[in-house]
Design a protein around this ligand. Structure first.
Ligand SMILES: Cc1cc2nc3c(=O)[nH]c(=O)nc-3n(C[C@H](O)[C@H](O)[C@H](O)COP(=O)(O)OP(=O)(O)OC[C@H]3O[C@@H](n4cnc5c(N)ncnc54)[C@H](O)[C@@H]3O)c2cc1C
Ligand code: SF4
Length: 329
């Protein structure tokens, strides 16, 4: 049985209080939202924080609101709340679909949007218990000197594997963070470094407080496709979030944003694929050309036990199949 290490739990009631505990214990404190990922990692000995800063009582982080300025999602809003919100279903079905495909019901009930955006990068050589990891020796992400995925590389390519973050990226979301230096707001893409060992640009003692999604334009539509082995629980082996605005009598594509996840150390937008669709009718040819661009942009490595070439192909297949169904071609 895997046991949690000993820690002190701080049930804070405000963002300021949370920041203060983080500041007082640099390198020894960690934030906990739903705990669905963090507690598993702690049991595996990947993190052994002496202080856990529990955010669950911070009411200011729980708000989900929609108005003329768009959707505001507090960092503590759960995936279940996103999935069941009539507002989200009506205005952002892509977001609802992504939340409903993340983990299992249990993960959705407890897991939060903030925790999903800050999910640590994953790799089959790292997300294992201590006994397993010792048989190999520590890799670069664990302060060792080797990478078992890409030999000879002094860099960690563990994959960001959240499902909701790519949907937010495709919807053009911004993120607000608060810390000792005050409040900052920036595009969600800038939260990620693409370095599997240090995946986030958050400064010490900074906390994500909310996400802002612009209001949907007339004709907005989209979807989230996920390649996984089982219909539940599994992290994405590849995920594709597509947000489109269609216009005109033939429903041609006025604008597009397409994000991928599960492949690199960050979720990322593929502008080349979006540009191919923009201002074009959705035809089998344009969809196939965009699929080809996505295929080119996807560079999975052996971070999972699924064959990288298969994951790469599935990006294109799932994207084209779903977009052709949406366009009716
Ligand atoms: C078996 C299993 C299957 C899973 N399957 C999926 C899946 O298919 N898709 C998927 O997307 N996820 C999956 N997850 C991961 C996880 O359940 C979700 O990503 C969930 O949304 C994480 O949210 P949380 O609130 O539980 O995060 P936590 O576990 O509480 O935290 C995760 C990380 O985020 C940090 N953090 C949390 N909140 C904040 C904040 N406000 N500001 C800054 N940092 C913060 C924490 O310090 C921690 O490092 C799975 C997990 C498990 C164990
Ligand atoms: S990608 Fe390499 S360094 Fe990163 S966790 Fe996997 S084996 Fe370790």
């Amino acid at each position: 049985m895997l046991l949690l290490p000993t820690f002190r739990y701080h049930a804070v009631r405000s963002v300021k209080e949370a920041c203060a505990v983080l500041q007082e214990n640099p390198a020894e404190a960690k934030l906990m939202a739903g705990g669905t990922d963090l507690l598993v990692s702690m049991k595996q000995g990947l993190f052994t924080p002496r202080h856990l800063v529990g955010l669950r009582r911070v009411a200011e982080l729980r708000r989900l609101a929609y108005d003329a300025g768009g959707l505001r999602i507090g960092a503590l809003v759960t995936l279940q709340e996103l999935k069941t919100s009539p507002l989200v279903a009506q205005h952002y079905p892509l977001l609802q679909e992504a939340a409903s495909k993340a983990g299992s019901w249990h993960h959705q009930n407890m897991g939060t949007v903030g925790g999903n955006a800050c999910l640590d990068t994953r790799c089959r050589y790292y997300n294992q218990d201590e006994f397993w990891r010792r048989s190999y020796g520590p890799c670069f992400k664990e302060d060792g000197e080797v990478c078992y995925v890409v030999h000879g590389k002094q860099e960690c390519v563990a994959a960001f594997s959240g499902d909701v973050a790519p949907a937010l990226l495709a919807l053009g979301a911004t993120v607000t963070v608060e810390g000792p230096g005050g409040v900052r707001r920036f595009p969600l893409a800038d939260l990620y470094t693409n370095d599997g060992k240090h995946p986030f640009t958050l400064k010490p003692a900074e906390i994500i407080t909310s996400f802002q999604v612009p209001p949907p334009e007339l004709g907005a539509c989209g979807f989230y496709e996920k390649f996984r082995r089982r219909g539940t629980i599994d992290f994405p082996l590849a995920g594709i979030a597509v947000s489109l605005v269609r216009a005109g009598a033939n429903g041609h594509c006025r604008s597009a944003r397409i994000a991928l996840t599960g492949l690199e150390a960050r979720p990322f937008l593929v502008d080349e694929a979006a540009r191919i669709l923009e201002n074009e009718p959705l035809t089998p040819e344009s969809i196939s050309a965009a699929g080809q661009a996505l295929w080119k942009a996807a560079h999975p490595t052996k971070t999972t036990n699924a064959e990288p070439g298969h994951r790469k192909r599935m990006v294109r297949i799932l994207f084209e199949r779903r977009l052709r169904a949406l366009a009716g071609v």
